[in-house]
Design a protein around this ligand. Structure first.
Ligand code: HEM
Length: 535
């Protein structure tokens, strides 16, 4: 039929329905009427005005006028690929998620990598966090693990997310800078939000300028839950480890590439897959009980903290292989809708207040980005598991549900869907009794211990890169008070760091920012630090 041979990927079924082969066909309008002349509009005389009647011209221009959709409010710039996830073993002791239930079981995936701050056409090799979003088309429905390449986040509560993004995005009066954190509003916000300190260490390190998407780690960031068929639950942290190793660019390479080849990461991913060098990652989890979590010197619901691997080793679950480029960037990479709320039986949320807010945000933004409530019907978003429910209508509805009945309970329908009971998703019945309040748990206020852990984990060369990155960023900051506040925060991480940055800026090291808590800065054993990079 002229389609490329796509192998036996089960996702080909849904995508095949919409694949179009135009080669060697006669051109038509959207109504299927053949077009005689695609070069010239209909005119009153060859030198006369164009006739309003030219429905062919008008359809063509009208469609073109509406080609663009809004870009993602964050993570606008990205690249994606198809592949599969293969479970190493039967992991049903820890989760009833079927994709992990059998050795060798393969589940199709679509994975999108992205930068956070830049616009859709911005450069790839900027200093930024990278998104690492995986859609698993499991036989229990879609599971989206919408992660980043850095295991911690800037803030602790969804309430601050719009502020963070307003601060990091180009400044609203002049639209600058593009795709960079090096400006006053970002550092103003950062210097007034000490919970950002751990993330700043990663953000100024080589981790924020990956060499390739194929050479990045990925993290679920939040604590999640795994639940097995008996209802037993463990907390977990998800890790993706690249088989090619974790590699970064140095700043001078990144800066040069941003000019010479803004598509550097997109091209690298595309070309590796075209060449048959399929990138691979291992999925692992750190699992721990609520009782263990209660002993940690940090709160596992705080997304600015990681769980050091000495405390809880990473257990490998399976591997991810990306083996096919998309057919169409817009249809797949642009229209894919990942969502932190998409979980399957066996995977559940924790009460991390950042994650709780994400559960709302993704579907909400996609209703406006993808034009209404039916974007789950766009082929790249459609699960392989079947959809049966009483949801109806809305903009661009494709499904042709039949019969009189779209409600429950009913006595009229023959084949109305019924609730699945034990086979369906059941939230982990976490017992909770507490006052309804705004605020934070005490350990959330320890902003420096893990920032120091990260700093101590770095070699002298890497520490110098961090100092150089702070200097570069802060020389772009016009307001002296902001620079001073950033330096005052760094004193709490390491004197050497604060001194190195201050020297570069020609400033004195100020007194440290007061700690937000009576808790002392926790000193992790040195080995904890080293093993962050042991692989
Ligand atoms: C994309 C919101 C935190 C990873 C997005 C989008 C929104 C959003 C609105 C655009 C989605 C779209 O248009 O399809 C939020 C909110 C957060 C938050 C409100 C905190 C309260 C995080 C965190 C991570 C993350 C902690 C990493 C663990 C991503 C990724 C994408 C994304 C990877 C891009 C997905 C894609 O490739 O399409 N986020 N986000 N976000 N977010 Fe978040």
């Amino acid at each position: 039929d002229g389609h490329p041979d796509l192998g036996d990927n089960p996702l080909d079924g849904p995508l095949d329905r919409v694949r179009v082969d135009d080669s060697g066909r006669e051109l038509t309008t959207n109504q299927g009427v053949k077009v005689a002349d695609n070069q010239d509009s209909l005119k009153i005389g060859l030198r006369g005005p164009t006739a309003m009647e030219d429905f062919i011209l008008r359809e063509k221009i009208t469609h073109f006028d509406h080609e663009r959709i809004p870009e993602r409010v964050v993570h606008a710039r990205g690249s994606a690929a198809h592949g599969y996830f293969e479970s190493y073993a039967d992991h049903s002791a820890i989760t009833r998620a079927s994709l992990l239930g059998e050795a060798g079981k393969r589940t199709p995936v679509f994975v999108r990598f992205s930068t956070v701050a830049g616009e859709r056409g911005s450069a790839d090799t900027v200093r930024d966090v990278r998104g690492f979003a995986v859609k698993f088309y499991t036989d229990q429905g879609n599971w989206d693990l919408v992660g980043n390449n850095i295991p911690v986040f800037f803030i602790q509560d969804a309430m601050k997310f719009p502020d963070l993004i307003h601060a990091v995005k180009p400044e609203p009066h002049n639209g600058m800078p593009q795709a960079a954190s090096a400006h006053d509003t970002f550092w103003d916000f950062a210097s007034l939000s000490p919970e950002i300190t751990h993330m700043l260490m990663w953000h100024t390190s080589d981790r924020a300028i990956p060499r390739s998407y194929r050479m990045m780690q990925g993290f679920g960031v939040h604590t999640f839950r795994l639940v097995n068929a008996q209802g037993a639950s463990l907390f977990c942290k998800f890790h993706w480890t690249p088989m090619a190793g974790t590699h970064s660019l140095v700043w001078d390479e990144a800066a040069r590439l941003t000019g010479a080849d803004p598509d550097y990461h997109r091209r690298d991913l595309w070309e590796a897959i075209e060449a048959g060098q399929f990138p691979e990652w291992e999925l692992g989890v750190q699992t721990f009980s609520a009782e263990q979590a209660a002993q940690f010197p940090f709160d596992v619901l705080d997304p600015t903290k990681l769980v050091p691997e000495e405390m809880v080793p990473v257990r490998p679950l399976g591997k991810l292989v990306l083996d096919r480029n998309p057919d169409n960037f817009f249809a797949e990479t642009e229209q894919v809708a990942f969502c932190a709320a998409h979980v399957v039986p066996g995977i559940d949320f924790s009460d991390d207040p950042l994650l709780q807010g994400r559960i709302h945000s993704y579907i909400d933004t996609q209703i406006s980005r993808l034009g209404g409530a039916n974007f789950h019907e766009i082929p790249i978003n459609t699960p392989l598991a079947q959809i049966h429910n009483n949801q109806r209508d809305g903009m661009h509805r494709q499904s042709l549900n039949r019969g009189r009945v779209s409600y429950e309970p009913n006595s009229l329908a023959g084949g109305c869907p019924f609730q699945a009971g034990a086979a369906g998703f059941t939230s982990f019945p976490e017992p909770l009794t507490a006052a309804k309040v705004r605020g934070k748990p005490e350990l959330f206020a320890d902003h420096y211990s893990q920032a120091r852990l990260f700093w101590n984990s770095q070699t002298a060369v890497e520490q110098n890169h961090i100092i150089a990155a702070f200097r570069f960023e802060l020389t772009r900051v016009q307001t002296p008070a902001i620079r001073r506040r950033v330096l005052a925060g760094l004193v709490n991480v390491a004197q050497k760091l604060a001194q190195g940055v201050a020297d570069g800026l020609g400033m004195e090291v100020p007194p440290p920012l007061p700690l937000a808590t009576d808790l002392p800065i926790h000193n992790y054993p040195p080995s904890s630090a080293l093993s962050l990079f042991s692989r």
